[in-house]
Design a protein. Structure first.
Length: 576
């Protein structure tokens, strides 16, 4: 699978930073010099302050919107309404995000203590406390005065409280941190410093030594535990661990288990740096860690980006072999008989490369337009397959077993030794939070007041159906009025009805190959599309959909068409 292009990564990093460029929390980009220990002491201390309580972060939690705050500063939770998928226990309680740039509802289960930030904050506190008690630091005595938003605007008379002033030891960096620790420095306030002994002001030297110590102590915390390099677009999972965005992509290609704590990651595969219609990023990077990286070690960030770019350019422009043959679905097995010499070569190369992956695409026999590709010989959306087993026959042909890994969209394509190769872009699902928001929006905006059970939609089949049957299932209400779980119940009821009637397309052989009907709404559409005997050119429309709910709606629509079509009488009469 093609990795996320570095240019996109760099643009996303710069975009996230530029959005805060005019705020008091802004930090320089990687193209700027690092923050100066003394001149930029206020900006450095702001990096460790909670935007809500203004004190140094304690048990910092990174929210799904990418912002971080103290665990104790998370607003009071409430029971979320109209949420039926995934509806796990830790997602039923939620709270409204306190950050003005978000204000969305977050699930409590998505908010764990950020391990990287927690370690960094503890190390910073221990080191600052120890250093300001050293002989060198204690010789520097400063008067630190807070300048709030009214003072900055030149209208100090509008202040509600008295000016907060402290005389502290340890230089600008340590004294500013102490002000925040005492709760006397608001997050959006600035400060002024006055040396109590001007002839003996070594604060610049003291600050430089302290910052160097902080960088040395915390540097190891900024390494990704997958690639062991400096974070590149850091993404924090719901379990509180942080990795490079591309590294999360690679992990989710094989498993949904966190590489560190081995817990199931609730992070969906939809972790691309994409922006949705609301103007918010679907899976934002960790904003605070990005600011720390850009502010304290921009040179290292630039070197890391260059190294990643060099790595990506060695892969080649067209790096994914494409098999134009049939429709495959993620998570589902696909069994292939390989006999053409060009595809024998393709499979051999896929196996020898160590990855064992290739793309499966449906032929475009009707010559439909495929987006930017125009009239391509295949449908633009396909499934990445991983080879599980290869059985070679004496004449060179082979039987291979594969399983669907993920979906992709073809961006460009060409030919290599007779078979098609391409540059592809992974297609991921929207996040759980976006999925829940879609369900809430559908249900609350629907005008339908009566919801029907699965039995209302698909009752037991009649005892006999003639070839000229006019059987019609009940008319369905608007799918938007149904909860995601109700859509799932309709699907399982449909499968059970045909299973009970010994339908020819639900034999023991089908269950042996593809498994029992899934209970998970995320898996059901792929299983159903694989076993339902309808045209593949209808099923292919399922691949571009990035919402479980939308895929369930499409499947229920197929069920209605299936029962109202001529197939109903034909298949039922054959199964009796």
């Amino acid at each position: 699978m093609a990795s996320l292009p570095l240019n996109d990564t760099q643009l996303s990093l710069r975009s996230a930073l530029s959005k805060t460029a005019n705020s008091p929390t802004s930090s320089p980009t990687a193209s700027n010099p690092p923050l100066h220990a003394s001149n930029n002491a206020r900006q450095i201390v702001r990096l460790v302050q909670c935007p809500q309580c203004s004190k140094p972060l304690r048990e910092p939690v990174t929210l799904p919107c990418g912002n971080s705050l103290c665990k104790r500063c998370i607003p009071e939770s409430h029971l979320r309404k109209n949420i039926t998928y995934p509806a796990t226990a830790n997602r039923l309680q939620g709270f409204l995000c306190p950050f003005s740039g978000c204000r969305r509802e977050h699930a409590v289960g998505d908010c764990s203590v950020n391990v990287v930030l927690n370690n960094m904050m503890e190390l910073a506190k221990e080191n600052i406390d120890r250093y300001r008690n050293t002989a060198e630091a204690s010789e520097v005595l400063l008067q630190v005065e807070e300048r709030d938003k009214w003072s900055i605007a030149g209208v100090s008379s509008l202040r509600d409280a008295e000016v907060r002033v402290q005389v502290l030891r340890g230089g600008r960096l340590a004294s500013t941190y102490a002000m925040a620790e005492m709760g006397e420095l608001a997050y959006d306030s600035e400060v002024t410093y006055t040396a109590m002994f001007p002839g003996n002001d070594n604060s610049e030297v003291v600050d430089a030594v302290l910052l160097d110590q902080l960088k040395e102590l915390t540097r190891a915390e900024l390494d990704c535990q997958v690639c062991y390099g400096l974070f590149l677009e850091p993404l924090t999972t719901a379990c509180g661990h942080t990795f490079c965005r591309r590294c999360v992509h690679r992990v989710l290609d094989h498993t949904n288990i966190c590489p560190v704590c081995r817990r199931t990651m609730s992070t969906r595969p939809g972790i691309s740096a994409q922006w949705v219609e609301s103007g918010t990023q679907q899976s934002p990077s960790n904003i605070l860690i990005m600011k720390i990286l850009a502010g304290l070690c921009p040179e290292a960030v630039a070197e890391r980006a260059e190294a990643a770019q060099a790595e990506s350019t060695t892969v080649g422009e067209l790096d994914t072999p494409l098999f134009i043959c049939t429709l495959s679905c993620p998570t589902m097995p696909t069994f292939l008989f390989i006999f053409e010499p060009r595809y024998r070569l393709m499979i051999r190369r896929a196996v020898e490369s160590g990855g064992g992956n290739f793309g499966m695409l449906l032929p475009n026999r009707k010559g439909k337009e495929q987006g930017d590709l125009g009239v391509a010989p295949f449908y633009q959306y396909g499934t990445l397959l991983h080879i599980i087993d290869v059985r070679l026959l004496p004449d060179g042909r082979s039987m291979i077993e594969t399983v669907g890994v993920s979906r992709f969209r073809v961006l460009r394509y060409g030919e290599l030794d007779g078979y098609t190769i391409g540059k592809v872009e992974r297609i991921d699902d929207i996040s759980f939070a976006a999925e829940e928001a879609l369900e809430v929006a559908d249900i609350t905006s629907s005008t339908t007041t009566r919801t029907l059970s699965a039995e209302d939609h698909f009752g037991a089949p009649p005892h006999h159906v003639a070839s000229h049957s006019t059987h019609q299932p009940p008319i369905l209400p608007d799918f938007n009025s149904m909860s995601t779980q109700d859509l799932m119940k309709i699907g399982r009821a449909f499968v059970k009805k045909w299973q009970d009637s010994s339908a020819g397309w639900l034999t023991d052989r089908v269950y042996t190959a593809y498994g029992e009907c899934p209970e998970d709404p995320a898996l059901f559409p792929w299983w159903f599309a694989t076993v339902l005997p309808i045209d593949e050119y209808v099923k292919v429309d399922l691949l571009p959909l990035t919402s479980v709910r939308e895929r369930l709606k499409m499947c229920v629509g197929w069920m209605v068409q299936f029962e109202t079509s001529k197939w109903y009488a034909l298949l039922f009469s054959q199964s009796r």
